[in-house]
Design a protein around this ligand. Structure first.
Ligand SMILES: [Zn+2]
Length: 199
C-alpha cells in the first residue's frame, strides 16, 4: 500500500488589504507561494495545502491546495489544518525593499523563526545561501504572528519566509526553497501520521 503523501501547509495571510489604513498586503507573497506549490508538485510524496487569506478572492481549489476568502475563515481553516498535523508550515510574506532587517542592504529573503525551530530556519538559510540567495535569519516570529505561534505550540515545525518585493525573478529562490522543503520533510527525519490521500 502506498504511503499517504506528506503534507506541507503553505500560508499567505496577507494576500490583500487594499483600502485598509495599515499595510497588510504582501504584494509578492501570493505569487511566490503559488510558485512554491508548483515546484513542490514535482514531488509525488508531498501534498501541499495552500491557505490564502484574501478577502478579495473567492474560496477555490488550486491543484491540491485551498484558498480561503476571509480572515476569520482563514484563521479557522488554518487551525483545522494544523490540528491534522502537517509536516511543516511555511508562512509566506513579502517586504518592501526599503526594509533591511537591520542589515546595511535588504536581503532577498528574510527567514523569521520561533526559538523552538531556529535550527530549521538556519538549515533553510544554508540551503538558500548555497544557491547564491542573500538571506537574513531573524529571530522573533513568535508573539507577533499567530500562524507561527500556534504551529510551535502544536509542535509542528514552521518557518516564516519574507520575500523582497523588488525582486523580478524569484525562480532561483523558489526552487531552492522547494528543494529545502522536500529534503526537510522527506526521508526518515519525522514519522508522519496519516493525513489524506489524493486520487
Ligand atoms: Zn505579511
Amino acid at each position: 500500500m502506498p504511503m499517504p503523501p506528506t503534507v506541507v501547509l503553505v500560508t499567505v495571510p496577507h494576500a490583500t488589504g487594499q483600502g485598509l489604513s495599515v499595510r497588510t498586503n504582501d504584494r509578492a507573497a501570493l505569487r511566490a507561494a503559488d510558485a512554491l506549490v508548483q515546484a513542490l508538485a514535482a514531488h509525488r510524496d508531498i501534498a501541499v495545502r495552500l491557505l490564502v487569506g484574501d478577502e478579495a478572492r473567492r474560496a477555490c481549489d488550486l491543484n491540491r491546495a485551498e484558498r480561503c476568502d476571509s480572515p476569520a475563515r482563514f484563521k479557522q481553516t488554518y487551525r483545522e489544518a494544523l490540528a491534522r498535523r502537517p509536516a511543516l508550515v511555511v508562512d509566506m510574506h513579502s517586504f518592501p525593499a526599503s526594509h533591511t532587517w537591520g542589515a546595511r542592504t535588504a536581503p532577498a529573503v528574510a527567514l523569521l523563526y520561533d526559538a523552538d525551530y531556529r535550527s530549521l530556519a538556519e538549515r533553510a538559510a544554508r540551503a538558500l545561501a548555497q544557491r547564491g540567495v542573500a538571506v537574513a535569519v531573524v529571530p522573533g516570529a513568535i508573539d507577533v504572528n499567530y500562524i507561527i505561534t500556534e504551529a510551535s505550540e502544536a509542535r509542528v515545525p514552521n518557518v516564516l519566509v519574507e520575500l523582497n518585493e523588488s525582486l523580478v525573478d524569484v525562480t532561483t529562490i523558489i526552487d531552492a526553497l522547494a528543494a529545502f522543503v522536500a529534503t526537510e520533510v522527506g526521508g526518515s527525519r519525522y514519522v508522519w501520521p496519516p493525513y489524506f490521500t489524493t486520487t
